[in-house]
Design a protein around this ligand. Structure first.
Ligand code: C5P
Length: 302
């Protein structure tokens, strides 16, 4: 029986490290990155419909065919046994746009899972990975979630042991960054020699026990901080307030601090809101899951 309505919960991510190893022939950059899903979620509700339609509660998000929800649905519809099936989506945005938090990519992954359930299609893991890759470099991660290692364009995913529910403080400035422009600006600086050094210098997270957070490096900080000095100031404030490590999120514009287990973020968040009045400060934590589908009544996030 086709369900009446279904919901996908789609988490944000941070990159615990992001090393750029070089430029690729396809215009993308070769990455070595560790992703971490966090407890900040977009919600997508879907109902059966005679065509594909999208409504979003955030006026800054386009509802046209370029939206990753509709692109993902269109891609999956090609596999549906009944041609011409449709779906009506309602997207509730909670993940800031252009913040480097992967919101659009997570929505795409959630939509693939949602449509597979709605239309009773089982693409299998390899087909699902291919569909996700075609939608964007960050999309495959959200099919896994938790803590994961990404190589290639960041789309070759290998799950690693979960970091644990560590507290994370996010700072979101009033402006966004374009991923494409940040990579383009970095590309002019990249040399093959520098890329080689990055590879050798890299080591992954030691997830539990004797933690060493010196692996937390984001190679995109150099270009982004040069253009937007206040992001560096915020990141340094996160470290001064006791973070194990603090970094730019992906290509920005958000920054995050990772704190020790049991750390009370509330007083730090209060202080930062006073000092950085134009920023949105979000107290959250790491989560073990990725995008997933639930019945509407199941209060999903968390
Ligand atoms: O794949 P996605 O559309 O999310 O990527 C946005 C842009 O970011 C790409 O068009 C590309 O310019 C840049 N990018 C890159 N290398 C990556 C990922 C993204 O150059 N590994």
């Amino acid at each position: 029986m086709t369900p009446e309505a279904l919901v996908a919960w789609c988490p944000a991510k941070v990159n615990l490290s992001l090393r750029v190893l070089g430029r690729r022939d396809d215009g993308y950059h070769e990455l070595d990155t560790y992703f971490q899903a966090i407890d900040l979620w977009d919600r997508i509700e879907v109902r059966p419909h005679d065509r594909l339609s999208l409504a979003c509660d955030d006026a800054r998000v386009g509802e046209g065919p370029d939206n990753l929800v509709l692109r993902a649905a269109t891609a999956l519809r090609g596999l549906a046994p009944v041609p011409g099936v449709g779906a009506a989506f309602r997207l509730t945005k909670r993940i800031p746009v252009q913040g480097g938090l992967g919101g659009g990519s997570s929505d795409a992954a959630g939509t693939l899972l949602l449509c597979a359930r709605l239309w009773n299609v089982d693409p299998g893991p390899e087909r699902m990975q291919a569909l996700a890759e075609a939608l964007g470099a960050d999309v495959p991660f959200f099919l896994f979630g938790g803590t994961a290692h990404g190589t290639g364009r960041g789309d070759r995913i290998r799950p690693v042991p979960y970091l644990g529910d560590l507290p994370i403080l996010l700072g979101v400035p009033a402006f966004g960054m374009s991923t494409r422009e940040v990579f383009a600006a970095l590309g002019e600086r990249l040399t093959p020699q520098a890329a080689g050094v990055s590879v050798r210098a890299f080591s992954g997270p030691k997830c539990r026990g004797d933690n060493d957070f010196s692996f937390m490096i984001n190679d995109l900080e150099s270009v982004v901080f040069a253009a937007r000095g206040e992001l560096r100031t915020f990141r340094d404030a996160l470290v001064d307030a006791g973070a194990l490590g603090a970094l730019l999120c992906g290509s920005g514009s958000s920054v995050f601090g990772l704190y020790p287990e049991g750390f009370d973020l509330a007083p730090v968040a209060r202080g930062l809101r006073e000092r950085f009045a134009r920023w949105t400060v979000v107290a959250t934590r790491a989560v073990a899951r990725g995008a997933y589908v639930a019945a509407p009544a199941e209060g999903g996030a968390g």
